[in-house]
Write a protein that binds this ligand. Structure first.
Ligand SMILES: [Zn+2]
Ligand SMILES: [Zn+2]
Ligand SMILES: [Zn+2]
Length: 731
């Protein structure tokens, strides 16, 4: 008896038993292959997890799989195992997790192979003279084909005015033939350009990485400008020379043409780039090229962690602290943490790099689990930026800007350099309010104010995307005294343009860069080096280099200091340093001016005076005292309902039930339930329960119990619940 146990894309955390498509063809039923199976009223793609000879269900009740879709599994066994492990670790249904580990077209049942493009070429010895003088169309077409010895596609032929009749006429005369382009391994030159000369600190760092054979985890904690990327490039070069491949993960916002061009300039080998603008077909092709070893370097964002490599050589996670490495919904995995698991199973080194490492990673380095490599010198001759805190408690700000700051901006522009103004709020102003009665433009679906935009004019909720017109009069008291409150990037842009009419002001935020080439145009303008003001959100802070910027102004630096999220402080520090790192990158020394209402805040002072390392040590100390991660392990059980209080009371009852049934292992603790920091969002009322334990095993035992419990529970079907293991934020 052969029973196939399949993972099916369904919210249920269990596997499903099927009979094989036929009793004869049962050879090589390898775990990981896809099968088309009936499920409820539909046909779905299931993934084989194991073959068994028994089932808990009556054999005559089992359905037969309809069709086998693969001869060999799309994912290599160790990645298949990694995805299964991740499903269990992150408490996510296995069927869905396995689907997310493969490209969209494979989830839809497409064949796991390259698209075969038909090309045409001339046969040996074919010449125009073999055609009659009056066969004009055929002569033209043959000329065209002769001009393309590598082959030309039918689309291209039609675009050049050729037609199918002429083509088949030429084929009949044995002058041309069709063929499929082969994807073949072609390694010509590994390097396009010579590597840079390393300074002594870089040499030591690279030597430390290279001294390990096989699996090792290295944290490169290197200040901005210390030349981390050059270390990556030379570590990759070593892998390539050994005939291996490299996988590089970058933050979502960091996968810019600048990043890509640096790799393309250095290396002569094929590079697969998994960016968000690829079509499903292009993505599958890039994925296959990585799997077949054709692409030697793979660069992508979070989901690229599941890209198979034929000859894995090294994994690099750039900006490892970036929250985008953790998926925030559905399958809530951390690509950074999985990269360490993956490197271990593939026996390769993994490098985690950042100027501002996450406290989790730092903790691992402090404990000696990761090799800790510090780079504290700027490569080249550039000096690190000087920090200045601007105490604005007593100041009257004009459009969010203090006098001191405006003066400094003017000085830098007049000296012929560029200025970057950072403001982490897009739109014109964070909200609109009535001077007479105090009404505020709130979103009806969220516990949040609506952002005012002026171009085009509208109110916009940045949490649920609701948009509406701007009222002319106050909806409460009918007064016409309604005014924008606070400053966003649009308003700042306008204010700066009024203050400095002789200099261009360039806004960089999600709204101003929607057009496809917008960012490219902005960079071209900035790269001319002419004095200008860049004003924008964290889009400015990541992935882009502005060598001519000498002043970085941070407008609302302290907005994250008192966040309800225990990571608020860490995120604020990372963002400040990242923005600061944009100043003075080449031969211009830089200044960073930060406006703050908390100039005497000890943590802010540590950060500014002693740098990120000192800050991180203090913050780790605070976390230890407060029993927060990385000293404990956290999970968040979230629930949301359309009715107020319902989510909270559901979690309360659940907690009580688990305590009564003594399903709470020793050493596991609860906090809550309490309403989420933003209780209402997109019309849903939300609550959460924090669960933590010093011992990871104990936590996972509880989470497994909890999932089992919730799946049986009738009440649980009336709420939307989810579990987030190692949550990146607590909202
Ligand atoms: Zn009013
Ligand atoms: Zn908006
Ligand atoms: Zn909203």
């Amino acid at each position: 008896m052969i029973i196939l146990r399949l993972a099916i894309p369904s919210p249920l955390r269990r596997l499903f038993d099927y009979l094989p498509p036929s009793d004869e063809d049962n050879a090589d039923l390898e775990p990981g292959i896809r099968l088309l199976v009936p499920f409820g009223k539909r046909d779905v793609i299931g993934i084989l997890v194991e073959v068994s000879d028994t089932s808990d269900f009556a054999i005559n009740k089992l359905k037969r799989a309809k069709k086998r879709l693969d001869t060999t599994p799309p994912l290599p066994q160790h990645l298949f195992k990694l995805a299964r492990w991740a499903a269990s670790y992150y408490q996510h249904p296995e069927g869905d997790a396995l689907q997310q580990a493969i490209p969209v077209l494979l989830r839809k049942g497409h064949a796991c192979e390259h698209q075969h493009e038909t090309l045409w070429r001339s046969k040996e010895g074919a010449t125009i003279s073999q055609l009659k003088a009056n066969a004009l169309r055929q002569r033209e077409l043959l000329t065209l084909i002769l001009e393309h010895p590598q082959g030309i596609s039918e689309d291209a032929i039609r675009a050049e005015g050729g037609n199918t009749q002429s083509l088949s006429a030429l084929e009949k005369k044995s002058l041309v033939e069709s063929f499929h382009r082969e994807h073949k391994l072609a390694i010509e030159n590994i390097l396009h350009e010579a590597p840079l000369t390393l300074n002594p600190e870089q040499q030591t760092t690279l030597a430390q990485i290279n001294k390990h054979e096989g699996f090792s985890v290295s944290l490169i904690e290197g200040i901005t400008g210390s030349g981390k990327t050059e270390i990556y490039l030379q570590a990759i070069e070593k892998a390539l020379r050994a005939g291996k491949q490299a996988l590089i993960l970058v933050p979502e916002i960091g996968l810019t043409p600048q990043t890509v061009s640096r790799f393309k300039k250095r290396f002569g080998v094929p590079i697969a780039i998994l960016h968000s603008n690829l079509t499903d077909r292009q993505r599958l092709d890039a994925w296959l090229q990585a799997r077949e070893g054709i692409a030697r370097i793979v660069i992508g964002t979070r989901s690229a962690i599941f890209t198979p490599l034929k000859t894995p050589g090294i994994i690099i996670i750039d900006e490892e602290h970036d929250p985008s490495f953790k998926q925030q919904d559905g399958f809530r995995y951390s690509a950074r943490d999985l990269s360490v698991m993956r490197a271990r199973s593939e026996n390769t080194p993994v490098i985690l790099g950042s100027a501002t490492p996450s406290l989790e990673t730092l903790h691992n380095a402090v404990e000696g689990r990761y090799q800790w490599l510090k780079m504290t010198q700027r490569a080249g001759n550039s000096a690190p930026p000087a920090f200045k805190l601007l105490d604005i408690r007593q100041e009257k700000l004009s459009e969010g800007l203090s006098n001191q700051l405006v003066t400094a901006i003017g000085q830098h522009l007049n000296a012929g350099t560029q200025v970057l103004v950072f403001l982490n709020r897009r739109g014109y102003s964070p909200t609109l309010s009535c001077n007479d009665c105090g009404w505020i433009a709130d979103c009806t679906r969220c516990d949040a104010h609506m952002t005012l935009h002026k171009s085009p004019p509208h109110l916009h909720c940045h949490h649920c995307d609701k948009q509406q017109g701007i009222p002319q009069r106050c909806p409460e008291c009918n007064s016409d005294q309604i005014q924008p409150v606070g400053v966003g990037t649009e308003r700042s842009e306008q204010a700066l343009q009024n203050l400095f009419p002789d200099f261009p002001v360039i806004r960089v935020d999600r709204d101003s860069t929607q057009r496809k080439d917008a960012m490219h145009d902005i960079m071209n303008q900035v790269n001319t080096g002419a004095p200008c003001i860049l004003v924008g959100t964290q889009m400015l802070a990541k992935g882009h280099h502005f060598p001519k910027v000498t002043l970085v102004a941070i407008i609302n630096a302290d907005s994250g200091l008192f966040s309800a999220d225990f990571r608020g402080m860490e995120r604020t520090a990372q963002l400040i340093l990242q923005v600061a790192g944009r100043a003075g990158r080449a031969d211009h020394p830089g200044t960073v001016m930060m406006q703050t209402y908390h100039a005497d805040h000890p943590i802010l002072q540590t950060l500014v005076e002693h740098g990120y390392s000192a800050f991180a040590q203090e913050e780790l100390h605070n976390r230890r005292i407060a029993q927060l991660p990385p000293y404990t392990h956290y999970a968040l059980l979230r629930a949301e309902t359309t009715t107020q209080y319902r989510a909270e009371s559901f979690l309360g009852a659940l907690r009580q039930q688990l305590e009564d049934d003594m399903l709470l292992p020793h050493g596991v603790h609860w906090i809550g339930p309490f309403p989420s920091p933003m209780e209402k969002r997109a019309g849903m009322h939300r609550a959460q329960l924090m669960i933590y334990a010093e011992n990871r095993k104990a936590l996972h035992q509880l989470l497994a119990n909890l999932c089992w419990y919730l799946e049986q529970n009738k009440e649980a079907r009336k709420v939307r619940w989810s579990i987030d293991v190692d949550p990146a934020d607590t909202f």
